[in-house]
Ligand binder design. Structure first.
Ligand code: NAD
Ligand code: TYD
Length: 357
């Protein structure tokens, strides 16, 4: 079996669902169920004997040691993290706690387990750490995309904490020989993304006739990848990636934020026109910029494409249409995750930004 951490979040749940759809190998999911974790994301497999769920912290070393001894996984895929940049600005300590200390404690527990495995199982074991392109910092408009050897220059508390965790993973390979793999992926989108991130937030607000907050001039560029493509890339890395290596993963879809917002508005105009027919784009509101806002991320995927034969399948426009449709079809899910604490976050984050724009 494999152990997945953070499997109740956006990418982890897509990974578990895709895995169990295509393979017989069981999955143990360790998730703390923070505000970002929703067991309902995995409702489709909740009765499946190949799926096991344990609520707990990756930083709880005793618990992880017990789970490893009991279930003896052949691989670990570490998704568990605090993942939202804006929250890392207003509350950075949780990011240090989970992303840095949590990953470190997970590595300690996994390393002890791995060292005690018989030699063939040791050789086959993998620890896959799921990270972000944000560790590389910001690119100028005409600079070449991030390769794996790009210098780490994290600019936000989130990216700093992910960078630190990547360094610990690297060190556990070099110092202890743990067969690690690290992936640095660009911005994901797709079903079940919590509506604090740009794409689901814009869909959520647009459907309610609320302002669509665009930070600063909206010309910041991200590379966008459909979550299912990311999960296929992770499976390729897990299967044939070389231990000790890192792989950049991207969607070959660089877009300015304003263009992303307009693409969503266009899809909504077709799929769910507003009463009276006014365009959703009328709701776009430029608000005060995010502090330290990185201007551009872009991925050079030559290594994963050349070595592992992976490339993205879902085009951005097609992916956005499908994602908007998923949110239209799953408003009950949206209602279930946008509880009191979500409303508190939105009010804390966005009140005052519009007037200060
Ligand atoms: P998410 O916020 O949707 O989910 C995180 C999950 O981790 C939640 O289920 C949460 O309950 C769980 N979790 C948090 N702290 C935990 C802890 N201490 N112990 C156990 N579980 C814990 O995040 P996501 O968007 O699915 O991202 C998953 C991973 O992928 C993260 O490591 C993130 O840095 C990375 N990543 C995300 C993106 C993106 O665009 N979302 C892009 C590249 C990389
Ligand atoms: P986000 O989804 O938070 O991902 P990340 O910061 O990890 O790239 O944001 C994507 C881009 O959208 C980023 O440049 C910030 C911008 N953004 C807005 O303009 N308005 C918003 O309300 C949010 C949440 C993000």
């Amino acid at each position: 079996m494999i152990l997945v951490t953070g499997g109740c979040g956006f990418i982890g749940s897509a990974f578990v669902l895709g895995w169990l759809q295509d393979r017989d190998e069981p999955v143990l999911n360790l998730d703390l169920l923070t505000y970002a974790g929703h067991p309902g994301n995995l409702q489709a497999v909740s009765g499946d004997p190949r799926y096991l769920f344990v609520r707990g912290d990756i930083g709880d070393q005793q618990l992880v040691e017990r789970l490893l001894a009991e279930h003896r996984p052949r691989a670990i895929v570490n998704f568990a993290a605090e993942s939202h940049v804006d929250r890392s600005i207003s509350g950075p300590l949780a990011f240090a706690q989970t992303n840095v200390v949590g990953t470190l404690k997970l590595l300690e527990a996994v390393n002890a387990y791995w060292r005690a495995l018989p030699a063939p199982a040791q050789a086959d074991f993998r620890f896959l750490h799921v990270s972000t392109d944000e560790v590389f910092g910001s690119l100028a408009a005409d600079a070449p995309a991030f390769s794996e050897s790009h210098r780490y220059e994290p600019n936000s508390p989130y990216s700093a904490s992910k960078a630190a965790s990547d360094h610990f993973v690297r060190a556990w390979h070099h110092t202890f020989g743990l067969p690690t793999l690290t992936t640095n992926c660009s911005n994901n989108y797709g079903p079940r993304q919590f509506p604090e991130k740009l794409i689901p937030l814009i869909i959520h607000n647009a459907l309610r006739g609320k302002p669509l907050p665009v930070y600063g001039d909206g010309r910041q560029v991200r590379d966008w990848l459909h979550v299912d493509d990311h999960c296929l890339a992770l499976r390729a890395v897990l299967a044939t990636g070389r231990p000790g290596e890192s792989y950049n993963i991207g969607g070959r879809s660089e877009r300015a934020n304003l263009d992303v917002v307009h693409a969503i508005c266009g899809a909504l105009d077709r799929l769910r026109p507003r009463p009276g027919g006014a365009p959703h784009a009328e709701l776009v509101t430029h608000v005060k910029d995010r502090p330290g806002h990185d201007r551009r991320y872009a991925i050079d995927d030559g290594k994963i494409a050349g070595e592992l034969g992976w490339q993205p399948r879902v085009g951005f426009e097609e992916g956005i249409r499908g994602t908007v449709q998923w949110y239209l079809d799953n408003q009950a899910w949206v209602e279930s995750v946008t509880s009191g604490s979500y409303r508190d976050w939105v009010s804390q984050q966005y009140t005052g930004l519009a007037t200060a724009a």
